[in-house]
Design a protein around this ligand. Structure first.
Ligand code: PLP
Length: 428
C-alpha cells in the first residue's frame, strides 16, 4: 500500500518510540485494542478536540478515547474540578467520603437506579453485577450475545467466549444479536439454571450495531419468564440519552452497568439497579457479598465525574450532542450512498464498515462475515490520518463535546474526497 509506505516515512519518531516500547511491553502494547500495524502512532498530547503525535502531526480527535473522552481535552469546568481535588480534597483518603455519596445520588437520579456501587472499570462493573445476579438467583449460568463486549475478560466474538473469559463454561452465547427467536430459544433452554442475561443495547466494540427495540424488549421479557435477571451493559451507551439508551427504549433492567466518560476522564465503572438485588452487597446483612477495590471511591473519579454529570453533560446537552451525531451520520450516509462504505450506530457513536456489496442494514456481526473489506478500512484509516483525522483503525467514531460544527463539516468533505479519489475501489 502506497498509503502505508507514506505512514512509515512520515512517522519516524512514533516508530522509534514503538521500537523502544517493545523492550518493556509485550508487542510494545498495554491495551491490545490500540495496536496497529505496522506500528501505532505515539500520541503525546491533546487540547480541546485535537490530539498530536510525536512527529508533530495534529489531528481532530474522532477516537474520543473509545467513548470515555466525551468531555474533550480542555473543558474548563472539568479542569477546575480536577484542580479543586488537587488543592483541597486529596487523592485517595482511605475512608468513606461525602464525594461518593454525592456522585451515587446523581447517578441514581439520572439513570433510575435504587442504588449503585462504584468500580474502577466497566469490566469490573460487569463482573460484580454478574456476581450479584448469581448470589440473588442462586444460579450460575449467564446468557450473552455473539459480538458482545463487556470488558477485557468478558468478550464474546464469533459466538464464543474469548480465551481469557473466566469460568467460560458458565456462559452461553446466543449466536446472533437482534434475532428474537434465537434468543428466546437459547434463554428458555438454559431455563432454571440461568442467573442473568447480559446485553448491550447497542453493541459497541462489536461494530456499533444498534439493538432493535422489539428485540431488546423480547430478551428482557424472556429473561424474566425464566426467573433470570436482565442486566443492561450501558458502559458505552449511557451517553446516548439522558437516562441511558435503555431508558430511552423503555427497558427496565434489574441491573445496569456504566463506565467510560462518567468518571470525568478518570478510571471508572459502576453497577446499580433494583434495591432487592443490590442488597446482596449491603455489609450490614449477614453473609453479604464482598465488593472491594482500593480505588472504587478515589476522589478524582468521584468529584470530577459528579461535576461532569451535573454541570457539563446535563440532560439538555446530552440530547443536543447526540442529535449532532445523528446529523453527522446522516450526512455521511448521504455521500456514501452506492459505495462500499456504510455507517451504523446511534447519536454520538458511529460505526463505519466497508463491505463487498455495500450492505446497508447491518444488524449483527455475522452479517459482516465474508463481506467485510478490511483492506478498504485500512486504506481509509491511513488516508484519514494524512488528512488530519484521528480515528480508530476498526472504524469507530466517538464524538467529543468540544468538536465544532465546522470541524465536522470538514470531516464530511474529507470522506467525500476519499470516496471520489478511490471511486473504482468504492463503487459496488
Ligand atoms: N462494556 C462495554 C459495552 C464496553 O464498551 C466496555 C469497554 O469498551 C466495557 C464494558 C469495559 O469497560 P472498561 O474498558 O472500562 O473495563
Amino acid at each position: 500500500l502506497a498509503a502505508e509506505a507514506r505512514y512509515i516515512t512520515n512517522n519516524p519518531l512514533s516508530k522509534q518510540i514503538y521500537d523502544q516500547a517493545t523492550s518493556s511491553l509485550p508487542g510494545g502494547n498495554t491495551r491490545t485494542v490500540l495496536h496497529t500495524f505496522p506500528f501505532p502512532l505515539a500520541i503525546t498530547h491533546g487540547k480541546g478536540a485535537h490530539v498530536w503525535d510525536a512527529d508533530g502531526h495534529e489531528y481532530l480527535d474522532l477516537v474520543g478515547e473509545l467513548s470515555a473522552g466525551l468531555y474533550g481535552h480542555s473543558n474548563p469546568t472539568i479542569h477546575n474540578a480536577i484542580q479543586r481535588v488537587l488543592s483541597s480534597t486529596g487523592l485517595s483518603l482511605g475512608g468513606q467520603t461525602p464525594y461518593e455519596q454525592r456522585f451515587a445520588s446523581l447517578l441514581c437520579a439520572r439513570f433510575h437506579l435504587d442504588s449503585v456501587r462504584m468500580t474502577n472499570s466497566g469490566t469490573e462493573a460487569n463482573l460484580h453485577a454478574l456476581a450479584g445476579a448469581r448470589r440473588f438467583t442462586g444460579r450460575r449460568k449467564v446468557v450473552v450475545f455473539s459480538g458482545g463486549y463487556h470488558g477485557a475478560v468478558l468478550s464474546f466474538p464469533d459466538g464464543k467466549p474469548a480465551e481469557n473469559v473466566v469460568d467460560k463454561g458458565d456462559f452461553v452465547v446466543v449466536p446472533r444479536y437482534n434475532d428474537v427467536e434465537l434468543a428466546q430459544e437459547v434463554i428458555r433452554k438454559v431455563g432454571n439454571e440461568l442467573a442473568a442475561v447480559l446485553i448491550e443495547p447497542m453493541q459497541g466494540a462489536g461494530g456499533c450495531i444498534v439493538g432493535k427495540r422489539a428485540f431488546l424488549h423480547a430478551v428482557q421479557e424472556v429473561a424474566r419468564e425464566v426467573g433470570a435477571l436482565f442486566i443492561l451493559d450501558e458502559v458505552m451507551t449511557s451517553r446516548l440519552a439522558p437516562g441511558g439508551l435503555g431508558a430511552e427504549l423503555g427497558l427496565k433492567p434489574d441491573l445496569m452497568t456504566m463506565g467510560k466518560y462518567l468518571g470525568g476522564g478518570f478510571a471508572f465503572g459502576a453497577f446499580g439497579g433494583r434495591e432487592e438485588v443490590m442488597r446482596v452487597f449491603d455489609p450490614r446483612e449477614p453473609g453479604a457479598l464482598a465488593h472491594s477495590g482500593t480505588f472504587n471511591n478515589n476522589t478524582m473519579s468521584m468529584c470530577v465525574g459528579a461535576t461532569g454529570l451535573e454541570e457539563v453533560f446535563t440532560p439538555e446537552v446530552c440530547v443536543k450532542f447526540n442529535a449532532k451525531g445523528d446529523s453527522l451520520k446522516k450526512r455521511l450516509q448521504d455521500i456514501a450512498r452506492g459505495t462500499r462504505l456504510t455507517f451504523t450506530g446511534r447519536g454520538s457513536l458511529i460505526g463505519l464498515h466497508f463491505t463487498e456489496d455495500g450492505m446497508q442494514d447491518i444488524i449483527c456481526g455475522e452479517d459482516l462475515k465474508g463481506r467485510d473489506r478490511k483492506d478498504l478500512r485500512d486504506l481509509f484509516w491511513f488516508e484519514m490520518l494524512e488528512a488530519g483525522y484521528w480515528i480508530t483503525r476498526r472504524g469507530f467514531i466517538a464524538l467529543i463535546l468540544e468538536t465544532s460544527d465546522d470541524e465536522l463539516d470538514a470531516f464530511v468533505q474529507a470522506v467525500k474526497e476519499f470516496l471520489q479519489k478511490h471511486k473504482n475501489l468504492m463503487t459496488v
